[in-house]
Design a protein around this ligand. Structure first.
Ligand code: NAD
Length: 517
């Protein structure tokens, strides 16, 4: 067997055993306070570094989903019965259970996702940040009093949904897990979460550690693993699930929203993007190049907010793209376990093949490869897996598929514009609307352009600054609803309006009372 995969398997076995997950047949679900093996078909995961088989586990199957949903309902009843401040204290206490295991979590993610270990360490840090932030919200969901034109006291309280279903992708498994678990708990819900079948383990570990702290009711958090069309579809159809929160591709998002609509259950969709990174000639060009590089090549381009369309004012187009191509060639592409690595492989074969075929199709359509375009040449022989060199394409027209579709890989298309109006028109000329950036030293122009972008997040002279405090989500095919911040919290509760008669004698109206209607 490939030496690198052998090493990865050994490391994975150690890590799964460390978390009590049984390396031989991983216990890949966390249900009602215990680890449970799946009962469905076998799922085989490749080693992203070599393409060889890394580990096998079993799809959850329908019976486990029933158990998870029932456990979540029981756990939620106990959770909701606590005071709000007690819920906040307990979220903070639960978080402490992760202490000492952060490095093992990062290693586990790195081995399975093929993500540079340093990136995974940063992701674990985000788990902490999100729990701390939302724990603080528990006792601050005040509700309000409405000055209604009657003798009633009318107040609004925020009521939890009960059990929510969450579905997450493979590119940021721990980030998206904590991103959705924390506000769901803060608003008083129980959860059944299904991570991507490609990165199943770290969400199980996070739920397990949090619950084993003893701070959360047993069964409050449940993680089921399996394919989208089996376990995922069963989750979206389950009668106990009162709201669906989905992070993934527009294709799957459509199915999730349809499944929700069939049961009249609302959904939040956090989907993909084709974000425009706009560089004006009056920008600080060195910073814009560094920003453009991080915007697309971080996480090997497997990021929803990747700045995958670089729009550059024509007078500096050659300078910017040449500097960017040279910078791309300096990025250390290497093994995820190596701390010097800035870019690892793509996570899976399907994604690798899709990205390669999109590059080939773009070239066939007339695009020119300025750098990259295939496998990097600097890797050890055994690293035959899903690596693609940082790629910059020019001679791209806005109607080409490569300029319209999400690549989700380290591929940047660069296009020139002549004036501000054209920059805005090009930036908005996709079906997506997740993020975008403007680089300019002219303050008025930067704000003017930012205000015209149809994107949920816009940066000025920056890229990828994201924090749990600030709302995040899309326009158009990038989805609807919001995560992070107070807006993200509000997605997890329903306003309930309570009317209390304060008149000495209740005047019960027949029809709409008190002059209304
Ligand atoms: P995907 O849509 O293939 O899968 C996402 C999840 O949906 C997985 O858990 C999968 O098993 C599940 N799923 C698929 N079909 C399903 C079905 N019929 N019913 C229920 N569940 C189903 O996406 P992916 O390839 O894992 O992730 C990449 C995509 O995610 C990209 O488009 C990326 O932009 C997007 N993404 C968006 C955000 C955001 O916050 N907007 C964040 C990260 C990733």
């Amino acid at each position: 067997m490939n030496r690198l995969t052998q090493q990865a398997q050994t490391r994975l076995d150690e890590l799964l055993s460390h978390f009590g997950m049984n390396a031989a047949t991983p216990l890949s679900n966390w249900i009602d306070g215990r680890l449970v093996a799946g009962e469905g078909d076998e799922i085989v995961l490749d080693d992203p570094v070599t393409g060889a088989t890394l580990v096998r586990y079993r799809d959850a199957g329908g019976a486990l989903l029933d158990a998870a949903a029932e456990a979540a309902a029981r756990g939620q009843a106990a959770w909701w019965a606590l005071t709000a401040s007690e819920r906040g204290r307990r979220m903070n206490r639960a978080l402490r259970a992760l202490e000492g295991d952060e490095e093992a979590l990062a290693q586990l993610e790195s081995v399975v996702a093929g993500k540079p270990v340093n990136d995974c360490r940063a992701e674990v840090g985000k788990v902490r940040e999100m729990f701390e932030y939302y724990a603080g919200w528990c006792d601050k969901q005040h509700g309000e009093v409405i000055p209604v034109p009657t003798s009633h006291l009318n107040y609004v309280r925020h009521v939890s949904y009960g059990v929510v279903g969450q579905i997450t992708p493979w590119n940021a498994p721990m980030f998206t897990c904590a991103w959705q678990l924390a506000p769901a708990l803060a608003a008083g819900n129980g959860v059944v979460l299904k991570p991507s079948e490609l990165t199943p383990f770290t969400s199980v570990v996070i739920a397990k550690l949090l619950e084993e702290s003893g701070a959360l009711p047993q069964g409050l958090l449940n993680v089921v693993n399996g394919l989208g069309r089996t376990t995922g579809a069963a989750l979206t159809a389950h009668e106990r699930i009162a709201k669906l929160v989905f992070v993934g591709s527009p294709q799957s998002g459509r199915l999730i929203a349809e499944a929700g609509a069939r049961r009249l259950v609302p959904s939040v969709l956090e989907l993909g993007g084709k974000s425009a990174n706009i560089v004006f000639a009056d920008a600080e060009i060195g910073e814009a190049v560094a920003g453009a590089q991080a915007a697309i090549f971080a996480a090997a381009g497997q990021s929803c907010v990747a700045g995958s369309r670089l729009l550059v004012e024509r007078s500096v187009f050659d300078d910017v793209t040449t500097r960017l191509a040279r910078a791309a060639e300096q990025i250390v592409v290497g093994l995820p376990s190596d701390t010097a690595t800035r870019m690892g492989p793509l996570q899976n074969r399907r994604q690798f093949e899709q990205v390669m075929s999109m590059i080939d199709a773009a070239v066939a359509a007339g695009a020119r490869v300025l750098t990259g375009g295939g496998r990097p040449t600097t890797l050890p022989d055994e690293a035959e897996g899903y690596f693609i060199a940082p790629t910059v394409l020019v001679d791209v027209t806005p109607d080409m598929a490569i300029a319209q579709q999400e690549v989700f890989g380290p591929v940047l298309v660069a296009m020139a514009f002549d004036d501000e109006a054209e920059a805005v028109r090009l930036a908005n000329a996709t079906r997506f609307g997740l993020a975008g950036a403007v680089w300019s030293q002219n303050v008025a122009r930067a704000h003017r352009v930012a205000g015209q972008l149809r994107a949920g997040t816009v940066w000025i002279n920056s890229y990828k600054a994201i924090n749990v405090m600030s709302p995040f989500g899309g326009f158009g095919e990038s989805g609807f609803g919001r995560s992070s911040g107070l807006d993200g919290l509000k997605e997890y509760s329903v306003p309930q309006s309570v009317w209390v008669e304060t008149a000495p004698e209740a005047s019960v109206a027949f029809g709409y009372g008190n002059g209304v209607g």
